[in-house]
Design a protein. Structure first.
Length: 289
């Protein structure tokens, strides 16, 4: 059934009319949120949708717009989640960055480096191979859900690893651990780029998309386990602090889950109409979801 929200201020109603297209696009991604445990058999994109075509490009741009504008639609729970995540990263930076770095480097050896070398590429070209594997499997067995993993994974990667994390790297300007400038050397726009970890962002973006499409616990454990090992690799190689890894994991996971949710939902429709009643005059909104 449609949800109804009445705006009784005529001025605010006029502003809404002027910006109807913007708000319709922004609200589309939050409509009809499914329960976290809901089956995902019907989340696949149309089987004929290609990855190198205008329609898919439009879809990625829409996902990016929805992700980047989502703070405009956050409720108290969303704000609380952001605050807790930010607090966790900050606490990691203050309490764990230095001891974790020192402990990892003190115990670094050939075996730890071998493990790190094995998993680190899952934050770069291995992740592309994983997404390509899902697409080929989807084509071979006509599995729409597998193809959707590829589509959502590419979109999440472009948004998280191509937009959000690079912007934060430039803004934060944090020195790398191997530069020996300390765990709290932040010089915005200096060219330093330790915070957040791009490898970890990428790994968790792909892992969260896979986990969102498949329900079995072993899928979640495998996807997130491999992504976590990418974080281990970056710390072992002295390329990132623990808080860089934590921030990358949060960004990748949040974007991956958001992209799957946006693409799962049907288009919402926002209708505006004049509202004239005895006790209220303004603009009415019917948001159908």
């Amino acid at each position: 059934m449609p949800g109804k929200l009445f705006i009784t201020s005529p001025i605010f109603g006029i502003l809404l009319l002027l910006s109807q297209g913007l708000f319709s696009a922004a609200l589309a991604g939050d409509a009809n949120r499914p329960e976290d445990g809901a089956p995902t058999e019907n989340v696949a994109a149309p089987s004929g949708e290609c990855l190198v075509c205008l329609d898919y490009g439009k879809r990625v741009l829409k996902d990016a717009r929805l992700v980047l504008s989502s703070p405009l639609r956050w409720d108290k729970d969303d704000g609380r989640t952001l605050a807790l995540g930010t607090l966790a990263v900050a606490a990691t930076a203050v309490l764990l960055d230095k001891p974790v770095q020192e402990g990892m480097q003190r115990n670094r050896n050939g075996r730890t480096d071998a493990v790190a070398d094995l998993f680190e590429p899952f934050g770069t070209y291995y992740s592309a191979g994983v997404l390509g594997g899902f697409y080929l499997a989807g084509a071979a067995w006509d599995d729409a859900r597998a193809r959707s993993v590829t589509r959502d994974g590419i979109a999440a990667s472009l948004i998280a690893s191509g937009l959000i994390t690079p912007a934060l790297k430039i803004t934060a300007g944090r020195s790398r651990p191997y530069q020996d400038e300390g765990a709290h050397a932040f010089r915005p726009f200096s060219g330093n780029d330790s915070f957040p970890s791009g490898h970890v962002t990428q790994a968790f973006a792909v892992a969260s998309v896979i986990a969102a499409h498949y329900e079995p616990l072993w899928v979640d454990a495998t996807a997130y386990g491999i992504a976590s090992m990418v974080g281990f690799a970056r710390i072992d190689h002295d390329k990132h602090f623990a808080s860089d890894v934590a921030a990358g994991a949060l960004i990748g996971t949040a974007v991956g889950k958001a992209v799957v949710r946006f693409n799962r939902n049907p288009e919402s429709r926002l209708h505006l109409f004049p509202l004239v009643e005895r006790d209220a005059k303004g603009i009415g909104i019917i948001w159908t979801y």
